[in-house]
Design a protein around this ligand. Structure first.
Ligand SMILES: Cc1ncc(COP(=O)(O)O)c(C=O)c1O
Length: 386
């Protein structure tokens, strides 16, 4: 029988992350630094809002765009945090996580042959989602010398007459890099000069440590050119609730709504009710988790550096991205042997695209005590192989 799978899908490589989880799942006593989601359970105030929603019989679809209350609350939150204005009726769309928002954004803007610049290493879905939407991802490597910040010059060098958009995600998964205001302003100038759009995945915006998060849409002239994606998964520990949003100028938002309406209908109703309470009453819980991540961040960065695994200081999200070069192994070998010999799971940097080889991603969204055990085991491993 012939294959019925589309070329588009066949050409997409499987995620490099999954393989490690599959191996780790068959082993006992593994300490996983591989997970890209909070270890915390959703704060109880938010869980209770979900339960109340169910009990009140909110078991139907909502408006395609999401509930008015939640759209208003998101608009207010963005105004409060970043002084950006979005009309809840026309410019805010509630989605099934940033994952769906990303799919909508790319599908809404891309024609076949359009190029999207994707600085890497980055979240594993970016390049794949560009391809699935019919576009061509153009990866550019960020470098540790620049603290894994993409520069305006690197972006400008990758722009061609086919470039439609730049897709950035800062604070970064997997490096923990945060773009400084000056760098962002330089990028904004290039974006304006070459008349391109920016899709800015700011899902980790609330998880920054001693540095400000600058919302891309708040930069001069960028509101018109930005599709801003945000969500509840990370800061509110709500990955399983599957809720996010996209805010953008009305024409783009309208196009995204069209796709959302036909493919998804509406984001989960219970999750929308819970997210409303998260925005209205969740700040203390977010701050508590942020402080706990920060404590773990210092433990893991200091620990890795003292073992001899040079680790750039992550300023956001919940990942450390140390170099494995001192071990004489490449990142894939390092991760595989570390898992087999010491039962510590980390993700090879190459899974996150170009510029990732030679590094491993260590998530510190895991208990402090587990990170201590992982560091001891990694120290044994490096001593043995160093
Ligand atoms: C940078 C980044 N964007 C988006 C997502 C997916 O988010 P959501 O759960 O909102 O779909 C993740 C999840 O790991 C991520 O790290």
């Amino acid at each position: 029988m012939r294959s019925f799978i589309s070329n588009r899908v066949q050409q997409i490589p499987p995620s490099g992350i999954r393989r490690f989880f599959d191996i780790a799942a068959t082993m006992k006593d593994v300490v996983s630094l591989g997970i890209g989601e909070p270890d915390f359970v959703t704060p109880s105030i938010i869980i209770n809002a979900g339960i109340d929603s169910l009990k009140a019989g909110h078991t139907h679809y909502t408006s395609n765009n999401g509930t008015t209350e939640l759209r208003v609350a998101i608009s207010k939150q963005l105004q409060k945090l970043y002084q950006v204005e979005y009309d809840p009726a026309l410019e805010v769309l509630i989605t099934v996580g940033v994952s769906e928002a990303m799919y909508l954004a790319l599908t809404a803007i891309l024609n076949p042959g359009d190029e999207v610049i994707v600085p890497q290493p980055c979240f594993v879905s970016y390049a794949a989602e560009v391809s699935l939407a019919g576009g061509t991802p153009v990866p550019i490597a960020t470098r540790v010398e620049n603290n894994f910040q993409v520069t305006a010059d690197e972006i400008e060098a990758a722009i061609t007459r086919h470039t439609k958009a730049l897709l950035i995600g800062y604070p970064s998964n997997p490096t923990g890099a945060v773009l400084e205001r000056k760098t962002l302003e330089e990028i904004a100038k290039v974006v304006q000069k070459h008349d391109i759009l920016v899709i800015s995945d700011e899902i980790y915006d609330r998880l920054v440590y001693g540095i400000e998060h600058v919302c891309f849409a708040s930069l001069p002239g960028m509101w018109e050119r930005t599709i801003l994606l945000g969500g509840f998964s990370k800061a509110y520990a709500m990955t399983g609730w599957r809720l996010g949003y996209a805010v953008s100028p009305p024409e783009i938002s309208g196009a995204m709504k069209k796709i959302h309406q036909y493919t998804i209908m509406s984001a989960p109703t219970i999750a929308q009710d819970a997210a409303l309470i998260a925005l209205q009453q969740g700040d203390d819980a977010v701050e508590d988790m942020r402080q706990r991540y920060d404590r773990r961040r210092r433990l893991i960065v200091d620990g890795l550096n003292s073992i001899g695994m040079k680790c750039f200081e992550p300023r956001g999200a919940f990942y450390a991205f140390p170099s494995v070069r001192g071990s004489g192994m490449d990142d894939a070998e390092f991760a595989e042997l570390l898992l087999n010999e010491e039962r510590v799971a980390v993700i090879p940097g190459r899974a996150f695209g170009i510029g990732g080889a030679g590094y491993v991603r260590c998530s510190y969204a895991t208990a402090y005590e587990k990170i201590e055990i992982a560091l001891e085991r990694i120290a044994n491993f490096v001593r043995r192989h160093g």
